[in-house]
Design a protein around this ligand. Structure first.
Ligand SMILES: [Cu+2]
Length: 506
């Protein structure tokens, strides 16, 4: 066993007594402040857990066991990425890059099983993308070819991608955020006087289940786990029942849904009053203009950047980021004994407005420039999402595990514009994720596009019995044929084979 690293979360003092008032599996929600002991939200800094790492050269992320005090007095065994750069050590670092950078990284595997890291959202050569055929065994290291950062400012994601074990490995703690910056980001930061780690705050949202000793329990529900894993306890930056003190000014939050299967339908409540907030970015971009909303849906794999203007509230107010009921899982959920876990609502994060401010900035009306993909000469591909023999399928097929490079006939040429229509013939939603290219959402059969459908996306929600069409520009500058993945980001679905390769010529 590795040496035990006890990581004490800042702000969780030894005197804080945890009451064990988790969201109860039979309580149908709760968490609304009914006697639950709140913990200060863990806010990352320049080292340690989720520390901001601005690499100036190559570095190695080591996947290994570590121990974390998520609940006072209990040491939770997890799997995390660790590294040491310029004398600072990091656990699941938030990697901060700039458009134009060269990103040089190695993955050292000390996990006891095969793994590989996928740079979720990056447009990268497939040999650097973390395709499962590049997974390395325990004790080995994978050196990624240099990744030239060509993506726009936004909030990105990295996580394991070994076939069949992604759900387990992410659940055990292997997940991190990447922030890419460019001039659009500089302009926004200057306009709103945002400071990363203070008024620009990452929020990694995950649901997990713990046993009475504080150890992680991984028990996906449904027949053969096909409903995915739905946890009893929601964590933000690994903090249970978190609150954050804020002042009356604008904050930016980078939401990353790092859960295995759970979507969050988030609203901002003052009492029962719905407060406004703004979507300013999705996976691969700052939107061209801020979108005022009162709720958003965020599925596993998605990142949504929002602004909250706490000048809408008064000193002493408490605002709650609250996840309401969604209609993304049909009757199958109820019929499989998981409905209590799936159809619950709960508080995600409490904001306490503790200070006034002389802040006088206004939200810019323009954030970036986005041109629509010209689909005049696009080819059309239809991919029905279905189920057979207890497994979810794409175009009637499941991943061929014996041939990781199985060719399903989805072959494209560099430069092709492709419209892909996903028709969901199941009662469960599927967040569909594309490797290799970012895309634009064209239409949604259930209604008009949402604020979170705009911009450059890499993951899109396809609701039960919904049809969604996206446009992909398959232009790339890599010198060989590319083999990329298209899969469901409910991790247990993609582990079970709801995943296909597609090839794009050099
Ligand atoms: Cu799915």
């Amino acid at each position: 066993m590795n040496r035990r690293d006890f990581i004490k979360f800042a702000g969780m003092s030894a005197g804080l007594i945890y009451t064990g008032a988790w969201l109860s599996a039979c309580g149908g929600g709760g968490g609304g402040g009914n006697g639950v002991v709140k913990n200060p939200l863990y806010i990352p800094s320049d080292s340690g857990l989720l520390g901001y790492l601005r690499p100036s050269g190559g570095f190695t992320l080591t996947g290994q066991t570590s121990y974390h005090e998520i609940f006072p007095g209990k040491s939770t065994k997890m799997l995390t990425y660790q590294t040491s750069v310029n004398g600072k050590s990091y656990i699941n670092p938030i990697i901060v890059l700039r458009n134009g950078d060269n990103f040089d990284v190695n993955f050292e595997n000390k996990l006891g099983e095969k793994s590989i890291i996928h740079w979720h959202g990056f447009r990268a050569d497939w040999q650097a993308d973390g395709h499962p055929s590049y997974a390395v065994a325990d004790g080995n290291t994978y050196s990624y070819p240099t990744i030239k950062i060509i993506d726009r400012s936004g909030t990105y994601f990295y996580h394991p991608h070994p076939h069949g074990r992604t759900g387990y490995q992410v659940y055990m703690g292997l997940a991190g955020m990447i922030i890419i910056e460019d001039t659009d980001e500089d302009n926004l930061r200057n306009a709103l006087d945002l400071q990363l780690g203070v008024t620009d705050v990452p929020l990694i949202i995950q649901d997990k289940t713990f046993d009475s000793n504080g150890q992680l329990v991984y028990n996906p529900i449904g027949m053969n786990g096909n409903m995915g894993f739905w946890g009893e306890q929601v964590l933000v930056n690994l903090t249970p029942n978190p609150y954050m003190d804020v002042e009356r000014r604008i904050y930016r939050f980078r939401l990353l849904n790092g859960s295995n299967a759970r979507p969050y339908r988030l609203s901002l409540l003052r009492g029962s009053q719905n407060m406004r907030f703004w979507v300013i970015g999705v996976e691969g971009v700052l939107l061209s203009a801020p979108q005022q909303v009162t709720e958003i849906l965020i599925a596993p794999g998605e990142r949504i950047d929002i602004l909250i203007d706490f000048r809408d509230a008064n000193v002493g107010d408490v605002l709650r980021l609250y996840s309401g009921q969604h209609n993304l899982v049909g009757m199958q959920g109820g019929g499989m004994g998981g409905s209590n876990l799936i159809n619950r609502e709960f508080e995600v994060l409490e904001f306490r407005v503790v200070r006034d401010s002389t802040y006088d900035r206004r939200i810019p009306t323009t954030l970036s420039s986005i041109s629509a993909i010209d689909t005049t000469n696009a080819t059309q591909l239809s991919l029905p999402l279905g189920a057979s023999n207890g497994q979810f399928t794409i175009d009637g097929k499941v991943w061929d595990n014996n041939n990781a490079l199985a060719d399903y006939g989805y072959n494209f040429n560099n430069g092709d514009i492709v419209k892909i229509t996903f028709t969901n013939n199941t009662g469960m939603y599927h967040p569909i994720h594309l490797h290799g290219f970012q895309f634009q959402v064209l239409s949604r059969s259930s209604g008009s596009l949402r604020a979170t459908d705009k911009g450059w996306k890499d993951t899109v929600i396809v609701g039960p019995h919904e049809t969604v069409t996206i446009a992909v520009d398959m232009s790339h500058s890599f010198t060989q044929e590319q083999v990329y993945l298209l899969h469901c980001h409910i991790l247990e679905h993609h582990d079970a084979g709801m995943m296909v390769n597609y090839r794009v010529s050099a």
